[in-house]
Structures are given as C-alpha cells and as structure tokens.
Design a binder for this molecule. Structure first.
Ligand SMILES: NC(=O)C1=CN([C@@H]2O[C@H](COP(=O)(O)OP(=O)(O)OC[C@H]3O[C@@H](n4cnc5c(N)ncnc54)[C@H](OP(=O)(O)O)[C@@H]3O)[C@@H](O)[C@H]2O)C=CC1
Ligand SMILES: N[C@@H](CC=O)C(=O)O
Length: 850
C-alpha cells in the first residue's frame, strides 16, 4: 500500500522526536512454515517511517494440537500426550532450523524449545496423573503455541542483525482474568504498555509479543478467546496510539460476500468499524467483533491485508464513512440455521413471554442469531444453529408447558434447512428504498422470504430464507447493490464520471481549470491527481479548494506528495490503490510524457476508460500496444487519444468518421509539430533559434524536453500512431526520422541543453538562408502509408499548401479512396495548453452520458 506522507505521533522519544508506531499481527494460517516465518520477518524489516510492534499467533494448527494434548492428558492418555508433544517439538525445531542461517543461533533456539517442551510434557503428565484439567492449566498449556512462534520470530529477526526482543504478553496485557475468554482491562493495559513496551520502541527495539494471551489474577496466564490474537493487536494499537494496525491474514481483505457463493465478490476497500462489526457477527469470519472493541473510541485504523501479497491494500476498517454511493457494502449468508417460531393467541399483551423465551434458550446454552416479532404479538421467530434446533424446541416446550396445555400457545415450530442473509451498510440509515430493492431482487430470483429483521440502527437488514436458495439470493442481492463494482471499476450511474488525472503539468493544470466550465449535464469529478512524487485521492471528489491548492503547488514546481493527505507512490501503485475504491465510470487521463504503460494496464484491469495526450503508450512496440488494446476490450474500456496528434484538432475523430462510413485511408501527410511550425515561422521572420525556442517553451508548445520536438521523435510518434491506424505494421524504430539536434547536444542533461541553445543559432540561420535562396520555405513534414513512414525537414515551394502554415498550425492531409483527387485537409493550431486541454476535455466528455 502506498504510504501516507503525513504521520500521527504515537509518543515522544527522549530526544523529543515523535515515534510513529504501527502494529503488525501475523495470523496462524499465515505462519504455516519456515518460508512463511521468513516472509513475516521480511515484512517486519522492510524500510518504513514507522516502528513496528509485532503480535504473532501460533504456527498454523498448533493451537488445535495443544488442545488435543490437553484433552488427551485429561483422559490420562500419556502415550498420546508424548506422541503429540514430540511431533510439535520436532515441527518447531525444524522451522527454527530452516529460518536460522547459522549453527549457533539454531543451537540457542533449540535450547529454548527443548526447555519449553520439557515443561509442557511435565505439565501434561501432571494433568494425566490427576485426570483433572482446570481452566487455568488449559490456558497455560494452550498459550504455549503463541509463545513459541514469538520466540522463533525473535530469533529470526536477531539472526538478520535486528534489535528484536520477546515480550511476555502477560506483562503488558492485563485482563479480567476469565480463563479461556479473558478480556483486557484497557486502562491497566495502557499503563503497562506505557511503562514496559513504549520504552523499547523508543530505543528502536523490535518487540514481538505472543498474541491471544494476557495476564490474569496473580500473574496467571489467560487466553483471550475467539479472535484473541487480533484482540491483542488492537489493544496494543490502542495503548500505543498507533498510526495503524495491520492484520496480516490468509485472505485478501474483507469481501462483499463469500466468493464461493458469488464469484464476482470484491474486496471492500474501506469499512466503518460499525459495519465491520456487523459483518463479523453475520458470518464474515475473518475478524471477530471483539477485536474491534478497544477501538470504539480511538481513531486507529485497522487494515486487513493479505500476507501472501503485501502490495495489495486489503480492507481498511476505520471511523471513516467512505463509499457513500454504496448504501449496502457487503452481505453475509449464514447457513445451517433453524427457524424457531413460538405462536399463539395468548401472547398478546402478556408481559414476559419474550424474556422467558430467551431465558429458556440461555439456560440450554443456545445462542440466538436473529429475532423477529410482529406488532400483532402473535408470534416470535428466532434463528439458532441447525444442530441446536431440536434442543431449542424442547427447552421452549418445557418453559411454556403450562401455556401449551391451556392452548394459550399453539406450539413451537423448528424449521431446519434455513439460512439468514444480511445486508450491511451505514448508508442504509435514512435512505428509503433499500429494503424494497433487496426484497424485489429476491422476488425476481424466485426466493421466498420466511422472516425479516431490521434493527433501528438501520445498519443491517436480515432475512431468513431456505438454505437451498442461499446462492441465488446472494447473487441477486449482490447484483442489485452493484457490489461487484465496489473494489474498483465503474458503477454505471448517470450522475457521475470520475477522473483520475495522471500528470499535473501544463496540460493537466489547464484541464483542471477548464473542467468546471464544461457544459454537459454530467460534469466530470476529479477524484485523484498523480505526479512523479505520489498522489492525492478523495473518493467523493477533490474539492475546488483542494484542486486550487494542488494547481498552485504544481505551478510552483513542488511535488504533490508535499500536500497534506498525499501518499507517496509510483503512478502504477497510485492507480492500483485508487482502483480499489468504488468509482463511477472512472477514467484515467494520462497527460504525462512518460512510459506509463504499467499504470494504464492497472487502470484497464480495473475497468477504467483511458484518455491519452501522452503519445508514448500508443507508440510503444506493437505487441505491447496490441496487448493493451486487448486488455481494454476484455474490460469493456475505451482508449481515446484525440490529442496525441494535432492537439485539439479533430484528427482521430475525422479518421473514425471516414472509416465508419466505409472509406479507406491510403496515405496521411502533413505537419504535426506545433513547436517546429512556430520555430520555423519565427526563424523565417529573422528571429534567432534560441530566442524562438525559449518562447515556444514558455507558451507550452514544446515537450517537457524540447529535444523530443527538435529530434523529430514527437512527430515520429504521431506519424506511427497515424500509420498504425492505416495498417502499418512496424515500430518506432521502423520510422525514418531526421533529427535537427546536432549529435553533441543529443545526450547532455536537459538543463545544460537549454542553457546552450544560442550555440545553434548559426546552424538554424544557415538552414533558413539556404531555403530562402531556393525560394522555398522550411517545414517538418510527415508521410505515412501502410508500408513506410518518413518524417523530416523539407524545403517546400512557397506555393505549396504547407508553406502557408503559420505559428503552431498543423496540417493533416488524408488521402482516401473517396478523397483521392482532392484529399481531406484539417488545419489549425496544433500545440499549446489551451487547445490541447480542450481536446482532452472533449475526449472525457465523450465518455459521459449525454
Ligand atoms: N503541449 C502541447 O501542446 C501538447 C502536449 N501533449 C502531450 O501532453 C503531455 C503533457 O505535456 P505537458 O503538460 O506539457 O508536460 P509537463 O512536463 O508540463 O507535465 C507532465 C506531468 O506529468 C507528470 N509525470 C511525468 N512522468 C510521470 C510519471 N512517471 N508518473 C507520474 N507523473 C508523471 C509530471 O510530474 P512532476 O510534476 O512530478 O514532474 C508532470 O506533472 C505530453 O505527453 C505531451 O506530449 C499533447 C498534445 C499537445
Ligand atoms: N510538442 C508538441 C505538442 C503537441 O503534441 C508539438 O509541438 O506539436
């Protein structure tokens, strides 16, 4: 993920400098083997502006193995205990040996592991002798998994010369002491973290802490229950006032729904903490809602990111509410539910029926996943896991035996084979029509709704349906709310077109000034600006003030990354990041003069349309251009590039109109360099070359390096773009180009070239004098046929149409089957920010709905 250039302080070091911290948590499924541990170490040691505090889970499968050891011990099965302990011991030693490069480090780690497993074996034997496993002993045994993986990670870090230290979780995370399901005492933990962890961070030590473990009464080890290691990370993130918490997981992020049910499910780029909690409750198992409790009042964002692909941004969970065009951000399906219905006329107005219902279920240890009661009070419906359906029915029949015997209640019905489908999103509150869209889509898919529940927070609407309908229901609702677009890509909406501007130079800035004046019903919204230093992005559109300050900054020659809220990134990283957000009809506008193919490919892959003023992407080797066009086709995206030839002149447009009506272009000729046109006109008037070129640069006619114009390469690119349209099968290297830059000036730094322009005045004056002597005018001319492309300087007779061009005028002559005797001629100014930005804007507007 591109780094934000602004950082929040998480404490003060002894030198008074701020120490920004982030917390990493590595899940067990990620820490599967030695390669995974090494990968985690690489991530920890990657250069970054923050200091990293690390929380680790046990190696994959180790917690279950430890629980099995505890159970075998309680049953007195010493042999099973020994086999399992030996197996675990050997696995940890093997991982340690693979992670550590030298014998000394391996021996030291092995000693620690031997001691830990000896103690584990002794303890398990003790349990086996007594055949008693107390919750305290169970926690002590199970905590070993995280402790051991933390030791291995520390040893690995130290072997890479890092200053790393193991920190016992019980010493910094104080809990309520409930064995098996402890919850941190947040205030006490804050104090301990301040006293013990923060000093390490200030001293640049890398702490590694076993997750899932805390301290109970009298220093007893306790475990934190489900989602325990994530909880450790969020508690520490809170106490350290971290910049962010990153949970490295074996999933790409939180998804819009289960991709096994809906193949078009997407990663949700950002969720509000409340939405994430709802999703977690309703079956998105990636993050347990308990882990979010410490963050209720603090603004530390959590990122769920894929361990296997650290460049991918994953999902941000924070207090922000972005993606507001998505009232529903995700949906969850919980299968294997039983719908219990308590019905009867005797329930009306009788207090306590609901209380007794839930009390009976609580006593039977049954968790209720959904509740619904109509205002008629004739029935209460609730869902429980299918395997507890029968128990729930029996518990309720027992609790209401009297009412049943008097027929005040008709009976208890337990319908198994059900599923609940919940849609979740903060934007549902106060927006009418969401429930109607959900129900209509279900009805269209032929799915019967058996029960409905919605809380007054309007954050979640849940329906109970038959389990066999789950897949069809999920697809229908996912489609209805366009959730397949949320992770990037365009939502087909009539009222927006989002522009990501790549390049904020002369043309980019002129375009930003012009955009607000466009006269279409749908005015393009600029959501992102990218330059060489990084980017700024607002999914709902950069405000006029933000845009004005970016324009002012760039006019002063400063980098975008120096703006508050900017992120440092390359162009393709920026596009990738931006594309993970929900954009409407997004278009990437490339007004750089660089090789931007990687960024354009990223944009196309995210269904963005492309507008180019930059000629380089389409004058790249033909295989690359063909691949680009194929990618665009695959994603239903368009590549518009009117200004790559003739700036704002309708060159591409005219070509398209010719061929659309069945004509065939045989040849293209003309002058397509505004800079060379201006230069030759001015020199013709007797002005020195150096003076005329400086003027052309100041007016914004030239390429960023004016040698691109003088060398003929800019014209060659334009010629190649035109030639490929009419069937030329070559590359830029196949174009015959005459350079007007003397050899000695071709490779020097651009600043030096600009400083030595006067050296060439004589050369240009003599070129001009020779032409005048012949009664001719100098023009830089292109000629493109399907077989050959040539660009170069020509002395044309004064009677020739090209001799009449003035200033930046371009002339493009299409000889076609229809326009053979009298070719089609397009003439007009072909360079400068105003005409070029207008051409780019025209392309953008073509993509907006009429
Ligand atoms: N001038 C004209 O009349 C016409 C120009 N064009 C084309 O328009 C394009 C832009 O020209 P112009 O505005 O004059 O150029 P500028 O040099 O003024 O601006 C270029 C912009 O692109 C950014 N940029 C360059 N490379 C990268 C990169 N790799 N990643 C991210 N950003 C990058 C620069 O960033 P930074 O500010 O950080 O350097 C700068 O903001 C050129 O391709 C040109 O050929 C087309 C038709 C006519
Ligand atoms: N530098 C170019 C600008 C348009 O492509 C030119 O001078 O023509």
């Amino acid at each position: 993920m591109p780094a934000r250039s602004s950082t929040r302080s998480a404490g003060r070091s002894s030198t008074g400098r701020s120490t920004a911290v982030e917390v990493f948590k590595f899940g067990g499924a990620s820490l599967a083997d030695a390669a995974a541990v090494r990968h985690a170490i690489d991530l920890i040691l990657a250069p970054r502006p923050t200091r990293v505090v690390n929380v680790v889970s046990a190696l994959a499968g180790v917690t279950d193995a430890l629980l099995a050891i505890a159970t075998a011990a309680r049953e007195g099965d010493v042999k099973a205990v020994d086999v399992a302990v030996d197996r675990l011991h050997a696995r940890h030693v093997a991982v340690g040996n693979e992670v550590l490069p030298n014998i000394r480090a391996r021996t030291a780690l092995q000693r620690e592991l031997d001691e830990a497993f000896d103690e584990l074996r002794m303890l398990a034997h003790g349990v086996a002798s007594l055949r008693e496993l107390t919750p305290r002993t169970r926690d002590f045994l199970v905590a070993r998994g995280e402790q051991l993986s933390a030791r291995i990670v520390v040893a690995g870090l130290v072997s890479r010369k890092a200053k790393a230290q193991y920190v016992e979780a019980a010493e910094i995370i104080q809990t309520d002491g409930v064995f098996g399901n402890a919850f941190p005492d947040l205030a006490a933990t804050d104090r301990l973290v301040r006293a013990r962890l923060r000093p390490l961070v200030r001293r640049k030590v890398i702490p590694v802490i076993p997750g899932f473990v805390g301290g109970g009464e009298g220093g007893a080890l306790v475990t934190l229950g489900r989602g325990g290691s994530d909880l450790t990370a969020t508690v520490l993130g809170r106490s350290l006032k971290a910049e962010r918490i990153t949970l490295w997981k074996d999933v790409p992020g939180l998804m819009t729904t289960d991709p096994r049910l809906v193949p078009t499910a997407r990663i949700v780029p950002q969720l509000n903490v409340r939405e994430a909690a709802e999703l977690a409750y309703y079956g998105a198992k990636v993050l347990h809602p308990r882990a979010l409790i410490p963050l209720t009042r603090v603004r530390v964002p959590v990122f769920v990111r894929p361990f296997a692909d650290p460049e991918a941004p994953g999902t941000e969970i924070s207090v922000r509410h972005t993606l507001q065009r998505y009232p529903v951000k995700a949906l969850s399906i919980v299968r294997s539910q039983a719908l219990i219905t308590v019905t009867g006329n005797g329930m009306l107005g009788v207090p306590g029926i609901a209380a007794r219902t839930f009390a009976a279920l609580q006593q039977a240890g049954i968790s209720v996943t959904l509740i619904s009661q109509a205002s008629s009070e004739h029935s209460i419906c609730l869902c429980v896991p299918s395997e507890r359906g029968r128990d729930a029915k029996i518990a309720l029949e027992r609790a209401f035996a009297l009412e049943l015997s008097r027929r005040e209640l008709e009976g208890m019905d337990a319908q198994t084979g059900m599923a609940t489908l919940a849609v979740v999103g903060l934007g549902m509150a106060g927006s009418p029509g969401i429930a109607s869209r959900m129900f209509t889509s279900l009805s269209r898919a032929g799915v019967n709704i058996v029960a409905i529940a919605q809380g007054s927070s309007e954050l979640n609407i849940s329906v109970v349906i038959a389990e066999r309908d789950a897949e069809a229901a999920a697809r229908a609702v996912h489609d209805e709310f366009q959730l397949d677009k949320i992770g990037g890509g365009g939502v087909r909406r009539d009222d927006r077109l989002d522009v990501v501007l790549l390049g904020v130079g002369q043309i980019g800035r002129e375009l930003l000034r012009m955009l607000p004046r466009s006269r279409r019903r749908v005015r393009p919204t600029v959501v992102g600006l990218i330059d060489r230093s990084g980017f700024v992005f607002e999914p709902d559109g950069l405000s006029p003030r933000q845009l004005a300050s970016a324009v002012a900054l760039k006019s002063a020659g400063k980098p975008l990354a120096s703006l508050a809220h900017a992120r440092k990134a390359s162009a393709s990283e920026a596009v990738q990041w931006i594309a993970t957000h929900a954009l409407a009809r997004p278009v990437l506008v490339d007004v750089t003069a660089d090789d931007t193919l990687p960024a354009i490919r990223k944009a196309l892959a995210a269904d963005m349309d492309i507008v180019l003023a930059n000629k380089k992407p389409l004058s790249a080797p033909r295989a690359e251009v063909a691949a680009l066009r194929a990618l665009a086709k695959q994603h239903g995206a368009r590549i518009l590039h009117e200004t790559t030839v003739g700036a704002g002149l309708p060159v591409m447009d005219s070509y398209a109109k010719l061929v659309e009506t069945g004509d065939k272009v045989l040849r293209v000729e003309g002058c397509t360099s505004g800079t060379l046109g201006f230069l030759l006109t001015e020199i013709g008037k007797g002005r020195p070359f150096s003076d005329a070129l400086r003027d052309a640069m100041a007016r914004g006619y030239t390429e960023p390096d004016p040698r691109d114009d003088l060398s003929g390469m800019d014209v060659a690119r334009k010629a190649l773009i035109l030639a490929r349209l009419i069937g030329f099968d070559g590359d830029l290297t196949d174009v015959t180009v005459e350079s007007l830059v003397p050899e000695a000036y071709r490779h020097m730094p651009v600043a030096k070239f600009k400083a030595t322009l006067a050296d060439q005045d004589k050369l240009w004056a003599s070129r001009q004098a020779a032409a005048v002597k012949q009664g001719r005018a100098l023009r830089y001319v292109l000629r493109a046929t399907p077989r050959k492309v040539v660009v170069g300087l020509q002395a044309v007779p004064l009677s020739h149409p090209l001799a009449g061009l003035r200033g930046t005028d371009n002339q493009i002559v299409f000889t076609t089957k229809r326009y053979k005797e009298h070719p089609l001629v397009i003439t007009g100014p072909g360079a400068g920010p105003a005409v070029t930005a207008a051409g780019v804007l025209n392309d953008i507007l073509q993509l907006t709905p009429a």
